[in-house]
Ligand binder design. Structure first.
Ligand code: SF4
Length: 316
């Protein structure tokens, strides 16, 4: 290597060194020491966001801007399609499960069903085909749909069950495989069987979904009779909907409600309780915040449902 090329190589290496912000969801924060250490050894200056992270809708842009980071490395979620001025590198975190075991768990429950829609989270999408083959070997027809904000076929998010909706008319039931209940609460028009590879639990979601529907209906009824309404707006890049908040405020005021627009990055119900006087909240941010009605202490109605209520009140 001559002196010139050695110099240009050095320049190139120097150019790549930068200030980086790492962001992890709660379950992956344990990786922070190792990842930060690896990047620091390469010469980067590394900051780690310590705030809670709820999804790829929740990029740590304020922290990145404050420390002058030139890039965010966001772990554990797939690209959500949000446009950010600071480049974001998504690092997915696949978790291997035993597809044969999942198949053995679900097949005894599927004897009455022929056409199965498969759903899972980004951690397991890489094994969707394995499970599909297992079920097909057992004589099932397997279909996989695609959501709107999700990156992969079959992938669901708490706010995007499009992978189910897109094939709902063609299947007899759905099988969701993955950990926890959050992603299995898909309000779809066909029975949904949940198989958890970690706890080994398998069961139909009818009861949980009926509870969620009844909570939703109760919250809509509460909005219909409410006087004072807090309208929740989040500043998280993938959740912010100020336009929707202004529209619903106007619609609710037209039917006699008193509304206040409440804005925060993370919506904290403890803080909201100090306002003291709301009868209910309309949520324009992550639609799953309305799952937290108990924490809120007041009914929480999602924007679309609130608009249905407002239209209904106009007609009366
Ligand atoms: S469910 Fe909520 S937290 Fe999860 S990606 Fe969607 S908006 Fe974000």
């Amino acid at each position: 290597m001559n002196a010139f090329s050695a110099k240009s190589l050095n320049l190139r290496v120097r150019k790549e060194i930068m200030k980086i912000l790492l962001q992890f969801p709660e379950g992956l924060k344990k990786l922070a020491f190792e990842e930060a250490g690896r990047l620091e050894k390469e010469g980067h200056e590394v900051f780690v966001s310590s705030a809670e992270c709820f999804g790829a809708c929740d990029l740590a842009l304020e922290e990145a801007k404050a420390v002058g980071a030139k890039k965010i490395i966001h772990w554990g979620h797939s690209d959500f399609g949000v446009k950010s001025r600071i480049p974001v590198e998504y690092r997915e975190y696949p978790i291997q499960i035993d597809a044969e075991k999942i198949s053995a768990m679900v097949l005894p429950k599927l004897s009455k069903f022929k056409k199965i829609g498969l759903l899972t989270t980004v951690q397991h999408v890489g094994q969707l085909d394995e499970l599909r083959q297992e079920l097909e070997r057992a004589g099932k027809t397997v279909l996989v749909g695609k959501g709107v904000r999700t990156r992969y076929p079959g992938q669901v998010l708490g706010c995007d069950f499009g992978a189910a909706k897109s094939i709902e008319a063609k299947v007899d039931c759905f099988v969701y495989f993955g950990g926890g209940l959050f992603h299995a609460l898909a309000d779809v028009g066909k029975p949904l069987l949940r198989a958890d590879p970690f706890s080994g639990k398998v069961g139909w979601m009818d009861e949980e979904l009926a509870k969620a529907r009844s909570r939703r209906k109760g919250a809509m009824n509460a909005l219909a009779v409410a006087k004072k309404v807090g309208i929740l707006v989040s500043t998280k890049i993938g959740q912010k909907n100020t336009r929707g908040a202004l529209v619903i405020k106007k619609e609710l005021e037209e039917v006699g409600k008193i509304c206040l627009l409440l804005v925060a990055n993370k919506l904290e119900f403890n803080g909201l309780a100090n306002f003291g006087s709301f009868d209910c909240f309309v949520n324009t941010a992550c639609p799953r915040i309305s799952d937290d009605t108990e924490l809120a202490g007041k009914p929480v109605i999602n924007l679309q449902d609130a608009r249905v209520v407002a239209r209904m009140l106009v007609k009366k």
